[in-house]
Design a protein around this ligand. Structure first.
Ligand SMILES: Nc1ncnc2c1ncn2[C@@H]1O[C@H](COP(=O)(O)OP(=O)(O)OP(=O)(O)O)[C@@H](O)[C@H]1O
Ligand SMILES: [Mg+2]
Length: 475
């Protein structure tokens, strides 16, 4: 699947190029840096961004300035100097100086990143050593100036040569360059990571949408298939019942005596008709089970009579094939809360298979015993999930034969609809492969499990476990 890069992703990736000072260096680090510059030079330092916003302030108290701020004229002169300094363009060389009315000097240093001005450092006020006295402009400007006091304070003011300030500015710029570079790296890594996460999220979202569409479509198709199966099998049943009915009447001689080959042919018609009816009933059951429209009529039922009834029903069939059919029931089996007719169908299917896939002189045993299963329902005894979680009392049915067996690799698949182990045309046994898929669904409708085991020394065992309604633990 190809996904075109969305436009904002490109923006995300180039964000480092237009980054603001504040994005490159966090406020905290800027404040620390400014404080360390101020410490080194003995001169106050302020950091502004490109728009003139104050980002860090490491001003040092200069008593002369504090004194001037108490005088009217001097105060407004100092303030106007400060605001001019704030807007002072450092010019193409990236540095500029400005002297205030007090003789104090300010140095503005441009901060550059990636060929752009991202902010300014302002050092000051500092007083060049060459300044010996209070400037005459200040004396003229401020009538209330106490000259002795001002002179005294001037001796305490920070004295820095322009050379020293040059070196300081260079050092500050270089340091901030390094800091901005690592800031940029962090910023880029962060935004690239963010872009990658967003991209994967988008990709996942679009895949999820496609999956949802496919899933909805499949569900709809499945529903249509079940509907189709249900309708077709239902419609086939009616004419088929007539065919069987009429062939029975013919065999009974209602339409006149039939003889020899005629009887043989009509018998075949009836047998094949019944076979077809069985298949159609199976399809109908399966479609009902798949669409969830088959309702189970559950009631309290005894296990032993059910098993005996199944054995009785299948006995003639077994006898005809020369197979001995046995019943093994544990005494005092608990009653089940189940649909007796459907459980009968489950056992009949299993016993029918057992007889079908066991050669003459073999044996088939139907047994039932009390057991326990995982309360969660899933897993069953072969799933290994019973190790954890609560146990649920159940009844276990086993249909064991001494027949051809089912290879281990096929034991899951035999429950798929229409699946038969040997589907070659030379296959001896008939059938359509629907029996076990119906068995599985009916068992699951009872919250039970079904699986296949090998029988020793040969043959197959189908194990069906159906939980009792009330979750009581076996003593
Ligand atoms: N007791 C068994 N011994 C050996 N193989 C079996 C046994 N029971 C089932 N099988 C295998 O599993 C396949 C599926 O069984 P299933 O009952 O679903 O279909 P079928 O018996 O072939 O047809 P149907 O039950 O629809 O008439 C069988 O075709 C057979 O290959
Ligand atoms: Mg079968």
């Amino acid at each position: 699947m190809t996904i075109s890069a969305p436009r904002d992703r490109v923006e995300e990736l180039t964000v480092g190029g237009g980054a603001r000072l504040e994005e490159l260096v966090d406020r905290e680090s800027l404040a620390q840096l400014a404080a360390s510059f101020a410490d080194l030079s003995g001169v106050g330092v302020r950091v502004f961004d490109a728009e003139g916003k104050l980002l860090a302030d490491a001003a040092l108290a200069v008593e002369l300035m504090s004194y001037l701020m108490t005088l009217r004229q001097a105060k407004s002169a100092v303030e106007s100097t400060v605001s001019s300094v704030k807007n002072l363009d450092p010019g193409p060389v990236g540095q500029a100086s400005m002297d205030g009315v007090s003789g104090g000097r300010y140095r503005v240093v441009a901060l550059e990143h990636d060929g752009r001005r991202v902010g300014r450092l302002v050092f000051g006020p500092y007083f060049p050593p060459s300044l010996r006295d209070i400037p005459s402009t200040l004396i003229e400007l401020e009538p209330n100036l106490d000259l002795d006091r001002a002179r005294g304070l001037l001796t305490l003011a920070p004295r820095v040569t322009d050379d020293a300030m040059d070196r300081m500015a260079k050092h500050a710029r270089a340091t901030l360059d390094v800091v901005m570079f690592s800031g940029l790296r962090a910023l880029l890594t962060g935004s690239m990571h963010l872009a990658a996460v967003r991209e994967s999220y988008r990709e996942l979202q679009s895949k999820q949408e496609k999956l949802q569409v496919a899933y909805d479509r499949l569900k709809e198709l499945d529903r249509l298939k079940s509907n189709f199966l249900a309708t077709v099998s239902h419609e086939l049943r009616t004419p088929l019942t007539s065919i069987i009915g009429y062939s029975e009447m013919l065999l009974e001689g209602i339409a006149g005596e039939i003889v020899g080959e005629q009887r043989e042919f009509v018998t075949t018609i009836r047998e094949k008709g019944e076979q077809l009816l069985g298949l159609i009933k199976g399809l109908l059951d399966l479609s009902k089970l798949e669409s969830g429209t088959m309702s189970l009529r559950k009631a309290t039922m005894e296990v032993a009579p059910l098993v005996r009834d199944v054995a009785q029903t299948m006995a003639p069939h077994a006898k005809k094939k020369g197979i001995s059919l046995h019943v093994a029931l544990e005494p005092a089996l608990p009653a089940l809360w189940a649909d007796a007719e459907r459980l009968r169908q489950v056992l009949l299917n299993l016993v029918e298979n057992a007889i079908k896939f066991t050669p003459a002189s073999g044996s088939v045993t139907i047994s039932a015993r009390a057991a326990a299963m995982a309360a969660a329902g899933g897993g069953g005894e072969d799933g290994g999930l019973v190790l954890l979680g609560a146990q649920r009392a159940a009844v276990q049915f086993r249909v064991a034969d001494t027949g051809i067996g089912i290879p281990e690799s096929e034991r899951q698949r035999v429950f798929d609809a229409f699946y038969q182990v040997d589907s070659s045309s030379t296959r001896e046994q008939g059938g359509t492969g629907l029996g076990l898929s119906i068995v599985k669904r009916l068992v699951e409708g009872h919250e039970g499990t079904v699986h296949v085991e090998a029988n020793a020394p040969q043959g197959t065992v189908f194990v069906v476990t159906i939980p009792l309604k009330r979750a009581t633990l076996r003593p």
